[in-house]
Design a protein around this ligand. Structure first.
Ligand SMILES: Nc1ncnc2c1ncn2[C@@H]1O[C@H](COP(=O)(O)OP(=O)(O)OP(=O)(O)O)[C@@H](O)[C@H]1O
Length: 751
């Protein structure tokens, strides 16, 4: 388990797909820090490979990499394995033995399958992470843990937290940075390169025809990269010829004989079938497959099934009756939707779906039924209804390859928007990825523009501003001029959205002049001569947001008010809420704190949260926190920010993470806890570094320098601030940068 890898010994990591590149860019940023990391992803997707890569790029790659599989060590041994024991600590402990926490030194302790760690040890692990101290069993001496923990799991840890099987505090401790390793289905583009990579390790030189590579790219890989590697290994030994074409490949792709374990997984797969009556669904599957294998011949199918032909005929007849009933229900549902009687449509469409068999020949009916049910649910329960979103997803799956690709792309946009607004950011990224793929396949420039904007928007919220800008650049969507009018498939101003996220991401990256330019361009789109109210709302949102970041009070007031009233008139609920939050920021900057808070609360809670939208949550919490500080209510501010940080971490919404930490630190300081504040500010600074966020770095360093100055450590203060400002572009500096520069000058003079 103990391992001293060098760069050369590291498995070569293969992957160029956007999903994989995005992971790589996060690794590049978080690996050379001392943050604890959590690697998530399905079994076989490459979590260990990622952990080893993190180690190789860490601050101490020459130190050990200790790989511990928490699920593989018997429960009664795991404590002594992890923490070590003193001589005579228990029967059999004939000599003292160092545990993994000690063996790892300053290296990386990889806790694989962390979800399997017993609860009692979760508590101990948390204590080590918090105090950096641990005590071997039977020893009085506390030892210091100097390494870094990288944990991994294929489980849904948050669900385990909710079921009480995983400690919530440990989860949040681990989940500050989650490296999500995408499953192979999210990075099919990488399959040919992976195949070549694994083929190169075989003793026989294998070569693959284009058709065979295509077949492999389209196959299902429930065991992900490991399954693919195993298949190539088997080909390396068993393939008759080394020239692998699609025909040679097929037997290796066919499911192998069902072993005892396989029987369980087969039964599990059947139990997971989407149907109220699983027995019926399983029976239908068997009949369909038997008919398929016997070319539609019922007698032959009956033979395969081991029943009489009459049994097959009876089952098929009853299925036909069900299908006819389903068709009638679908027609009735459609009529209700057309007459805008959505409430009545819902039960009809649900019954229709219950009766529709899950078979290929009725996919078009499934598509239509799910689509109409999605439409009805949205109309009754609001735009962000999650069940409606699930219906659209099911419709999309059923409609794949059937008909109008543009309609499917539009539906996918709806799914993405709901996932984004409800802060399901990982799902939103996967959907945006599929949108890009679909748009490429469709060859539709409008769909491609839309997909690029969706991806950039998602990446921004995930805290990957550099990749967000790169994505806009790939889509040719940077610096949209006044006459650029790209409207995607949905018909709204994509350039305004692209400019918004260009400006916001550039601001975070410290490209202040690019951010200001984006604001100027948005301002040109805000005017009353913009004929489309929704497009005006989009431009107003972007311009107001940037004005807020640049502390441009004169602009912020009117922009926020315009956004609020325009959205109120036209029923854009979410944008009305955003307008109110910006108005709150403006009113607060004039000193009317109570009124400002009222605006912000109403904007966020009534118009966003109550409708299921949480997207704006960290930004508004940051701004509301500032307000509470100014209103001299630091305790309220701290509790608001603690909650906001929890939510941001839970959803991987990282963009304003460091800003939230900085405001929380100020609240602690204002309550007379400078030590706690200092710790929090250092953590904010390291978060800003890991996210490459220059604006957050300036804010955290300024506060930290002030705190150090006040506690008579001017030299340190100047050093911290000078380091944070190194390399920052000084043209058109925002007020926060001007304040930082002033403070640095004062510190220089004092020192
Ligand atoms: N990107 C990659 N490039 C090259 N090889 C890879 C890549 N990802 C995974 N592999 C290979 O696939 C196999 C499985 O990877 P790994 O053990 O890291 O998966 P895992 O997610 O940790 O699995 P488990 O959940 O079972 O622990 C290994 O042989 C690994 O070398």
């Amino acid at each position: 388990m103990l391992d001293f890898p060098s760069f050369g010994a590291l498995t070569e990591i293969v992957g160029e797909s956007p999903a994989f590149r995005s992971l790589q860019s996060l690794i590049e940023r978080v690996a050379p820090t001392d943050h604890t990391l959590l690697v998530c992803g399905p079994t076989g997707s490459g979590k260990e490979v990622v952990a080893r890569q993190v180690h190789a790029c860490s601050l101490s790659p020459e130190q050990p990499f200790v790989d511990v599989n928490c699920g593989a060590i018997p429960e009664n041994l795991i404590e002594s394995e992890l923490f070590g024991h003193a001589r005579g600590a228990f029967t059999g402990a004939i000599s003292q033995r160092p545990g993994y926490f000690q063996q790892v030194g300053r290296g990386t302790l990889f806790l694989d399958e962390i979800g399997e760690l017993p609860l009692s040890l979760q508590t101990r692990l948390l204590r080590v992470l918090e105090t950096r101290n641990f005590r071997p069993i039977g020893s009085n001496e506390a030892l210091r843990f100097e390494g870094r923990v990288v944990a991994a799991t294929h489980r849904d840890l948050l669900a385990m937290v909710q079921e009480g099987r995983f400690r919530e505090d440990l989860y949040y401790r681990l989940a500050v940075f989650v490296l999500e390793v995408p499953g192979l289905e999210q990075r099919r583009e990488d399959i040919p390169a992976l195949v070549k990579h694994f083929a190169a390790r075989q003793s026989r030189q294998l070569s693959f025809s284009p058709e065979s590579l295509k077949r492999l790219s389209l196959a299902d890989w429930p065991g992900h990269v490991r399954q693919l590697r195993n298949l190539i290994d088997r080909l390396g030994v068993l393939a008759i010829s080394t020239q692998i074409d699609a025909k040679q490949l097929e037997p290796f792709l066919a499911p192998s004989e069902v072993s005892h374990d396989g029987q369980d997984s087969l039964a599990d797969a059947l139990l997971a079938l989407e149907s109220d009556n699983k027995l019926q669904a399983a029976e239908n599957l068997l009949i369909d497959r038997a008919l398929q294998r016997s070319g539609g011949n019922k007698s032959a199918a009956a033979l395969l099934l081991g029943v009489n032909r009459k049994v097959v005929e009876r089952r098929l007849k009853s299925r036909e009756a069900h299908s006819r009933e389903a068709e009638t229900l679908l027609e009735q549902g459609r009529q209700c939707v057309e007459a805008a009687e959505f409430r009545q449509a819902i039960p009809l469409l649900r019954r229709c779906l219950e009766r529709l068999p899950k078979r290929d020949d009725v996919r078009i009916l499934q598509f239509e039924a799910y689509r109409l049910l999605g439409v009805s649910l949205r109309s009754v329960n609001g735009w962000l209804c999650t069940e409606a979103c699930a219906c659209y997803e099911a419709a999309l799956q059923a409609g794949e390859g059937l008909g109008d690709g543009v309609e499917l792309a539009s539906m996918q946009f709806g799914i993405w928007a709901t996932q984004l607004m409800t802060l399901e950011l990982s799902k939103a990224r996967a959907t945006a990825q599929n949108m890009l793929q679909r748009a490429h396949d469709l060859g539709s420039p409008a769909a491609l523009d839309e997909a690029h904007v969706a991806m950039a928007n998602t990446l921004f919220w995930l805290g990957d501003c550099e990749e967000a800008i790169a994505c806009l650049a790939r889509g040719g969507l940077l610096q949209g001029g006044e006459n650029d009018e790209r409207s995607g498939l949905q018909g709204f101003d994509l350039n305004a959205l692209a400019l918004t996220f260009e400006g916001l991401a550039a601001f975070q990256l410290g490209a202040f002049s690019q951010a200001r330019q984006a604001m100027q361009r948005l301002l040109l789109r805000c005017g009353k001569d913009n004929p489309h109210p929704f497009n005006r709302a989009l431009a107003l949102q972007g311009a107001a947001w940037l004005a807020c970041l640049f502390e441009d009070r004169e602009r912020l007031g009117p922009l926020g008010a315009d956004l609020e009233s325009l959205s109120e008139t036209h029923g854009f609920t979410f944008y009305r809420g955003i307008g109110q939050v910006f108005r709150g920021c403006h009113i607060g900057s004039l000193g009317a704190f109570a009124e400002a808070e009222r605006f912000m609360l109403e904007g966020y809670q009534s118009h966003m949260l109550n409708h299921g939208g949480r997207l704006f949550h960290s930004f508004q919490a940051w701004q509301r926190g500032e307000l509470l500080l100014q209103a001299d209510r630091p305790a309220d501010c701290e509790s608001l920010l603690t909650h906001a940080l929890d939510l941001a971490l839970e959803h991987q919404e990282r963009t304003y993470l460091s800003e939230l930490q900085t405001v929380k630190a100020r609240a602690r300081w204002a309550q007379g806890d400078p030590d706690g504040a200092e710790q929090e500010l250092r953590s904010a600074l390291s978060t800003a570094m890991a996210l490459d966020s220059v604006s957050a770095r300036i804010a955290a360093a300024t506060q930290l320098a002030q705190l150090l100055r006040q506690t008579h450590r001017c030299g340190q203060a100047a050093e911290v601030l000078a380091r944070a400002l190194r390399g920052v572009a000084l043209e058109v500096p925002p007020p926060s940068l001007i304040r930082a520069l002033q403070l640095l000058a004062e510190l220089g003079a004092e020192h």
